[in-house]
Design a protein around this ligand. Sequence first.
Ligand code: FA5
Length: 340
Amino acid sequence: MLLDELVKIKEDLLKEIQSASSQKELNDVRIKALGKSGLITSASKGMRDVSPEDRPKLGALINEVRTAIEQALQVKGEKFEQEALNKRLEEEKIDITEPSKFGKVGALHPIPDVIDRLTDICVDMGFSVVEGPEIETDYYNFEAMNIPKNHPSRDMQDTFFITDEILLRSQTSAVQAREMEKRKPPFKIVCPGKTYRNDSDATHSPIFHQLEGLVVDENISMADLKSMLTILMKRLYGEDTMIRFRPSFFPFTEPSIEVDVSCPNCHGKGCNICKGSGMLELLGAGVVNPKVLEMSGIDSKKYRGFAFGFGLDRTAMILNSISNIKSLYKNDIRFLNQMK
Ligand code: FA5
């Protein structure tokens, strides 16, 4: 092959590369030049027919042509790739000002949220979580809790009776006797759940939630109850929460206390949530009355117990600054959205 011919092939191929308007056309040129029977490949094979003295010159030229064509193909190929990428970026451009197409994200209702928070803290402190029936017998709800029939303290819990002996439990304390009958001390249990009373105003609902805690062991005292409740309250409402213990009365605990916490909204100064007092009543508690232990078959000379009962609706209201308990039961999506 004449050297001039090879130079012409090179110029023609470069022109074709230059004028290729797509990857496909560029590929065709690549095959035409460098394919198995392409022009440059054939020129290399033709070296055999050239005289030995012309071979080095022709070989050098073939190499030069091959390099020039390969470079031109690469440059043009990269140009096509860049153009394709630009086109894709343009087409897939994201308008970040467009409204989101994602579905709405939900959140836990304040009541299950508070149940989770409290039980998590109690489990950390070594409590087991138990459940009890919402439809309960008079025995477990009242009598085993040292509240005999016709006892005046029954009036404090305006109860929904189904028959003379069956009722909707008015307190989660009903699980205390059930668990004491089943378990051998020492044990620590908490029971969150629904409770029912014929009560209705801004802070009372006919259906509400309590969380009962019960610890039975040797050598435990009121001091253990107070320190446990202090830790619990601080973990729930924050380290700077003030706690107040007031003497109270429950037939199943002796001594009995009620526990108030500083209002998380005003931190004790007084606001509309705490009705100006700076403190909010949260739960009842006390050292389990030995009579209650004995009725459930626990030796009250050896063992003592303490118990506490949180009102969970009140707890959720305080945590979320909710002023009317009814809001927790209306399922109004506008209210629930604010709780996220
Ligand atoms: C009791 O129910 C006792 N069983 C608590 C207890 C347990 C004391 C263990 C000692 C040892 P009380 O009736 O005060 O106590 O109710 C406890 C909490 O339940 C109240 O502080 C209040 O937050 C909540 N509560 C009571 N009635 C209602 C109601 N109708 N609606 C919403 N919350 C209520």
